[in-house]
Design a protein around this ligand. Structure first.
Ligand code: AMP
Length: 554
């Protein structure tokens, strides 16, 4: 059985290696010495994923909780500040404190054991769940040697810092399996999880194809294809060429529906199984069960007359497992489909979009499914008119799709562009200030950041305490505290995970922000629980909007 200690040693070696090639070799060599199941766990852990995707964010172990548990094991540490000042990162601080035990436990943990314990911590729910989670974490740390404790901590706070990105891992997996890197990347696009990819490569040998693996056994979500922003329809033509379709952009939440004869399964954009929350969508698509279809679409909230309601309303239905009947009566939803990712148990993602769409059309009509409104415009002018009409009808904007493009799961591919009125940005909360007066006891002033693709980090672009209800403040406070990393002078710094949609009046120059810009009159219009931080808007988008308004004639 592979020991977690060996895993820790390899991670340590990776931290000391600069060369990408050597890192790929180290990882490939380590993984090939493990059996398929262990290799899958090691691959996930190495890219900082304690749980298999789809499990949701249920670990809820913050850095401060980890510190509390680790320092309690040695009877407390008064010199926490010194330890953190001397440590290169959080994992090293945990290692330092664990070294204070009279004897370092000899390593006994296997990779599978650590994975099992992470799953167990995630599964703890209900009464006293926080205390029970911390108890289980304490048990794990007590069993860990100091070096192992360092990596348990690093995995749990998603901060490995050894430079193994998902991209590097896929290269290493290709080397491990002796397969072309491109093929492994495609397999990953279809599977959406390095752990599963590792297992398939190890078990499937040379015969594996991404298509077969999805058709097999139980339904697995594919990562949804993402879109890049474009300024307007003319730009979409310039970027994608003349052969495009425009579709209404519905303001709802993304769903992927697997219709199989044994069951219909619905997955959220983050690939969580939300079938139980949306019985009417199961009902609406069950006619396609015998066709083995995989549909991509959007669920929107509607009122009793069938008119669309705000995005926040649809989120009330997602992920709920209780009182579904009451909720679906109170807040009905409607499904619109726009793509077909599989048919008769085969993936169709490699077919051109126009063929996928034609096949979707043939299925949707007889099954009574609604398609997003669409045209194939003959000119940019015609496209512009469709866009204006879409806005006037209350849609968020339009999606432009290149007719011959493949469906690229999880990739902000060049085939899809989103065009909407530039009045909101999806930003990540990176810190929050404790409130005062009426908001005392809540984290209520949120520091908002855009994704800085060049730096691989987040760049602060503004702050706001506007736009939320009391209940949302309370809920966000709790969630942010679970992501707490550090605190100073009334500001809590958090793991950048929560995405919010922010409206603003304009973007100003500002020397107080390192990027030199800030949003004026920022206001939160929605908490985007359906989006991960990788889907937040980029600093490049903020800059582009800033420049555009500067160029705008006064
Ligand atoms: P955004 O959330 O602004 O990044 O825009 C992309 C999202 O728009 C997708 O992930 C879908 O959830 C949603 N969407 C709405 N209508 C469509 C459509 N017709 N085609 C593709 N995506 C759509």
């Amino acid at each position: 059985m592979a020991s977690f200690y060996d895993f820790a040693l390899v991670c340590q070696a990776l931290e000391q290696t600069q060369s990408r090639n050597q890192m790929v070799e180290l990882v490939a060599d380590f993984l090939s010495r493990l059996d398929a199941g262990e290799a899958a766990i090691a691959a996930r852990f190495m890219v900082g994923q304690p749980l298999a995707p789809g499990a949701g964010e249920r670990l809820q172990v913050s850095g401060s909780a980890l510190w509390k548990v680790a320092s309690a094991i040695v009877g407390g540490a008064d010199d926490a500040e010194d330890i953190f000042a001397a440590a290169v990162d959080f994992g090293e601080a945990i290692e330092t404190v664990l070294r204070r035990r009279p004897e370092d436990p000899s390593p006994t943990l296997s990779l599978a054991e650590v994975a099992r314990r992470f799953d167990e911590i995630a599964a703890i729910e209900g009464r006293n769940s926080r205390r029970r989670k911390l108890g289980a974490l304490g048990d794990l740390l007590r069993l860990s040697s100091a070096l192992e404790g360092r990596y348990v901590a690093k995995i749990l706070v998603h901060e490995l810092r050894h430079g193994v990105s998902e991209g590097l891992m896929l290269e290493a997996l290709a080397r491990m399996a002796g397969r072309p890197a491109d093929e492994v990347r495609r397999l990953h696009m279809a599977q959406g999880d390095v752990g599963r990819v590792t297992r398939i490569l190890r078990e499937g040998g040379a015969s594996v194809s991404p298509m077969e693996t999805v058709a097999a056994d139980r339904p697995r979500a594919l990562k949804p294809m993402l879109a890049q922003p474009a300024r307007n329809v003319a730009d979409a033509f310039a970027i994608l060429g003349p052969h495009i379709a425009l579709e209404h952009k519905l303001d709802g939440a993304r769903v992927q529906i697997h219709c199989r004869s044994d069951a219909v399964r619905i997955f959220s954009r983050r690939m969580n199984d939300i079938t139980l929350s949306l019985p009417e969508v199961v009902q609406a698509t069950s006619a396609l069960a015998h066709r083995g279809a995989i549909l991509d679409g959007e669920v929107i909230a509607i009122d009793r007359e069938g008119r669309p309601r705000a995005f926040q309303e649809v989120m009330r239905r997602f992920g709920r497992r209780r009182e579904i009947d009451r909720l679906s009566a109170e807040q009905p939803v409607a499904l619109y489909v726009f793509d077909l990712l599989g048919l008769n148990g085969e993936l169709t993602i490699d077919l051109p979009y126009q063929e996928r769409y034609a096949a979707l059309g043939e299925l949707a009509g007889p099954a009574g499914l609604a398609l997003a409104g669409r045209i194939v415009p003959a000119s940019a002018d015609e496209g512009e008119r469709f866009y204006e009409a879409a806005l006037a009808a209350g849609f968020e904007g339009v999606m432009a799709k290149e007719l011959s493009s493949r469906y690229t799961p999880g990739v902000r591919g060049s085939g899809w562009l989103k065009i909407k009125r530039a009045d909101t940005l999806d930003l990540v909360i990176v810190a929050a200030d404790w409130g005062y007066g009426r908001r005392k006891g809540w984290l209520s002033n949120y520091h908002l950041a855009a994704r800085d693709e060049a730096q691989g980090s987040f760049a602060a672009v503004g702050k706001t305490f506007k736009g939320l209800t009391d209940e949302e403040f309370r809920d966000l406070t709790e969630r942010l505290l679970a992501l707490r990393r550090d605190e100073a002078h009334g500001t809590v710094f958090v793991k950048p995970e929560i995405v919010v949609e922010v409206a603003y009046s304009d973007i100003q120059r500002s020397p107080s922000y390192p990027c030199g810009m800030t949003l004026r009159f920022a206001r939160i219009v929605g908490i985007r629980n359906d989006k991960s931080q990788e889907e937040a808007d980029t600093l490049a988008t903020v800059t582009e909007r800033f420049e555009r308004q500067v160029l705008r004639p006064a």
